[in-house]
Design a protein around this ligand. Structure first.
Ligand SMILES: NC(=O)c1ccc[n+]([C@@H]2O[C@H](COP(=O)([O-])OP(=O)(O)OC[C@H]3O[C@@H](n4cnc5c(N)ncnc54)[C@H](O)[C@@H]3O)[C@@H](O)[C@H]2O)c1
Length: 318
């Protein structure tokens, strides 16, 4: 069994990824790391955890050696909206942090580095409908630029050092967990506000269509790619998606369950970012090379989110 170290473990994805990894790979094979205090949910899981700021390259190497790690899952990142509020912080965490993970993987000859990219790696010059896996990438946000850097440096280290870099361009990831400061976060907060207050002021306009996926599909794609046989991969980074919708379509779907729910729109800087991102993704490369096949359609997502957020808040919505 391989040993895994995860960075940024206490974020939106980590909160579901770590429990899924414990089940899949065994408790003794997972080292969760994060900059924040360990959340109480993780204490209950009895997971091996360590404080690690990813900019601390020596701290990272010490953990990799001490725990005899084979694979890094590098999730620590500043997301798009937070990055636009503090580009210098985003630069330091997303560029230096990824470089530390990349260099440690090379020097210690680890077996694999998995680091997610994002739909934010695309930009206004990208064809935005059914965006292909290989296309123009000229993002305008610091977060998007950091994801292009991640992809290109990963490719470069593969070509130069045969380093086993793998990446997925996640779309907005949906789960009842509180999101970490991205542009697709509206599609989670809308459920919180619909259940708590029956109204939501959306920071995107009604017509901004974005690709999304349910957390279980995000985890499935991550495990499937990490475990895919090397000889099957012709690319290092892959588009993956589950569905696409606008705030208006999502609000109408919620109204079917909460009829007096009302949405209003007050687009801010996140609307400007979102309008440079794809409306939908072509994920055929992932389907062809390692059999990507999402399980969650839109309707099932809406009821799962209503149930999950309702349970988290302790407020019934029916
Ligand atoms: N959630 C999404 O919708 C989405 C979409 C596309 C890509 N991604 C990518 O997936 C990965 C995980 O995303 P997430 O949604 O869990 O993000 P998140 O913001 O919820 O979590 C990121 C975690 O990284 C931690 N972190 C920040 N700076 C750090 C540092 N210097 N050292 C160590 N940890 C640090 C944060 O404390 C946080 O717990 C990121 O690379 C993100 O870019 C996420």
């Amino acid at each position: 069994m391989k040993k895994y170290l995860v960075t940024g473990s206490y974020g939106q994805i980590g909160m579901d990824l770590i429990p899924a990894m414990l089940e899949r790979y065994g408790k003794e094979n997972i080292v969760a790391t994060g900059r924040k205090k360990i959340p109480k949910e993780f204490k209950e899981l009895d997971v091996i955890y360590n404080r690690l700021d990813i900019r601390d390259q020596y701290g990272l190497r010490r953990l990799l050696v001490d725990y005899d790690i084979d694979i890094i899952i590098h999730n620590a990142s500043v997301l798009s909206a937070t990055g636009e509020r503090n580009p210098q912080l985003a630069h330091s965490i997303n560029f230096e942090g990824f470089y530390n993970a990349l260099e440690a993987t090379r020097e210690l000859k680890l077996e694999q580095l998995f680091a997610p990219s994002s739909i934010a790696a695309f930009g206004p010059t990208t064809p935005l409908d059914n965006t292909p896996n290989t296309t123009i990438m000229e993002p305008t946000s610091i977060y998007g630029i950091s994801k292009v850097y991640t992809e290109l440096m990963g490719n470069y280290y593969k070509q130069k050092y045969d380093l086993n870099f793998r990446s997925l361009r996640y779309p907005g990831v949906l789960s009842p967990e509180e999101p970490g400061g991205g542009t697709t976060d509206y599609a989670i907060w809308i459920f919180y506000e619909a259940i708590k207050n029956k109204k939501y002021e959306c920071f995107l306009g009604p017509d901004v269509e974005l690709p999304m996926m349910m957390m279980s599909d995000c985890l499935k794609s991550t495990f499937d790619l990490i475990e895919a046989p090397e000889e099957k991969l012709k690319h290092r980074t892959f588009n993956v998606t589950g569905m696409s919708f606008t705030p208006e379509v999502l609000a109408n779907a919620i109204k079917e369950y909460i009829p007096d729910f009302e949405i209003t729109y007050k687009p801010d800087f996140r609307d400007d970012i979102a309008r440079t991102w794809p409306h939908s993704l072509d994920d055929s490369t992932a389907r062809e090379e390692w059999g990507w096949d999402p399980e969650y359609p839109f309707d099932k997502m809406v009821t799962a989110m209503l149930d999950g957020v309702s349970e988290k808040l302790g407020i019934p919505y029916k």
